[in-house]
Design a protein around this ligand. Structure first.
Ligand code: AMP
Length: 444
């Protein structure tokens, strides 16, 4: 199968040739003809499967072949993304794909001045990539109109809900023409997103190119058990011992990111951090420098987990496990992309056993444990398995107390006896948090 047999026009084929894309990926093979035929789409595809081209190529073709010239302050197609970085990246891909087409494209997102964006929108834009909050600001200031809108794409839709964009999305939908094509893309699909899709999409074609919620098989994964207070020390030890070259590290909190970056820089290691508290320009610069291999270690909160495409990234380290199990898939999806292989190592302490168990349940695998000599934890990480259970070892029976001279005549347990409660105590695991459609905290 070739891009030509999928019905793509010559200027797009030429751009793909330049990029070295020879064969459509499975999601592209299914999405491209369906989008060209005007169908709504609900696509669940693993990260790194080429889903951006899956919607962008046919969208560019439809815009080039059909419909009126774009009016001032109008847009003809809109791609919504959850984060600024992803909006930048999707737009950069679209620019490459549309190189030989006479279309205008642009990306708008928060954290940078709104005025240049308003100026740029004056002439109208064929295809606009946007984060929901900034788009709504622009709409409320009459800088953008949707009367000409023919296609809406929601990229990483579940993440948008998770980041608390549900109200913004509702307001945006209310402003869009009812008659339009809608494409919903997401690496993972929670039940709430399926519900939303049912309300938004019209007779959609469902595409699922990989089993639900399964991490890319090209990524080798394992965990290293460690005591919480020794995580940074273990990270530095592994970095040196394994001679890691380029590593993307995920930490749970902004403070956690800053502390690790500070420690690494203090040791003379070339590290930088990105999280929601940093200005957008600083975030983008750190990411660009990491992509260009000018920074060896990038430490990030989950703001960086989604969609970022870094060529040949060999290793992702979870310094902390994510609170939401689905984020694990997105984090490790930063490596092993586009057919390459990668490694994902998680440093896990006893406190995180429930998170580990939720990840194993979601990904239907028991992660291999590799003890690092000298770092075997004092606080053991209880055993887990993919059935969602933390297997607790039976407690040792207590020795009966002997008070004063009087012997306690209670039942003695001989070391050869099996204790009364020898069956392992199996506790149900806390449920994996379900993505909530209500407003929540923005900026991870
Ligand atoms: P995505 O899942 O859209 O982020 O794409 C992941 C990576 O795969 C990006 O670096 C794309 O440039 C690359 N890619 C997408 N489609 C193809 C293709 N058909 N052949 C080769 N590389 C591709």
């Amino acid at each position: 199968m070739t891009f030509a047999t999928l019905g793509l026009i010559e200027p797009l084929q030429r751009a793909l040739e330049t990029l070295g894309y020879q064969t459509p990926t499975p999601v592209q093979a299914q999405a491209i003809p369906a989008v060209l035929a005007g169908r709504d789409l609900m696509a669940a595809a693993q990260t790194g499967t080429g889903k951006t081209a899956g919607f962008a190529l046919p969208l560019l073709q439809l815009l080039a072949m059909e419909g009126p010239k774009v009016a001032s302050n109008s847009v003809r197609a809109l791609v919504l993304c959850p984060t600024r970085e992803l909006a930048e990246q999707v737009h950069a891909n679209i620019v490459e794909y549309g190189e030989h087409l006479p279309l205008s494209t642009y990306a708008v997102y928060g954290g940078v001045s709104i005025n240049p964006q308003m100026m740029k929108l004056r002439k109208g834009v064929d295809l606009l990539v946007a984060t929901p909050g900034r788009l709504l600001d622009l709409y409320r200031q009459n800088a953008v109109k949707f009367s000409q809108l023919q296609t809406l794409v929601l990229d990483e839709a579940d993440r948008m809900l998770d980041l608390g964009f549900s109200e913004e999305l509702r307001d945006i939908y209310a402003a869009l023409p009812k008659k339009r094509q809608t494409l919903l893309f997401s690496a993972t699909f929670s039940d709430s997103i399926r519900l939303l899709a049912g309300q938004m999409l019209n007779d959609p074609l469902s595409i699922e190119v990989s089993p639900r919620n399964v991490a890319a098989s090209s990524v080798q994964q394992w965990i290293v058990p460690v005591d919480k207070k020794r995580k940074a020390e273990l990270f530095c030890h592994l970095l040196k011992k394994q001679r890691w070259k380029q590593v993307l590290v995920f930490a749970k909190t902004r403070n956690g990111v800053d502390a690790l970056v500070e420690k690494l820089q203090g040791l003379g290691i070339n590290a930088d951090g990105i999280h929601g508290d940093k200005p957008q320009a600083t975030r983008q610069r750190a990411l660009d420098r990491f992509k260009a291999s000018e920074v060896q270690i990038l430490v990030a909160t989950d703001v960086a987990a989604r969609g970022l495409d870094i060529d040949d990234l060999p290793l992702v380290v979870n310094f902390d496990l994510p609170i939401v199990a689905e984020d694990y898939i997105h984090r490790i999806g930063r490596t092993g992309r586009a057919g390459a292989t990668g490694e994902a190592i998680s440093l896990v302490c006893a406190d995180e056993v429930q998170l580990l168990s939720a990840i194993e349940t979601l990904t239907r695998q028991t992660l291999k444990r590799v003890d690092e000599p000298d770092f075997v934890p004092d606080h053991r990480v209880p055993d887990t398995d993919a059935s969602g259970q933390v297997v607790k070892k039976p407690k040792k029976p207590k020795k009966p107390k002997v008070s004063g001279s009087k012997k306690n005549l209670g039942k003695w347990v001989d070391s050869g006896d099996s204790p009364v409660d020898a069956t392992p105590v199996v506790k149900p695991v806390r449920k994996v948090p379900v993505f909530n459609t209500g407003p929540r905290k923005r900026k991870p």
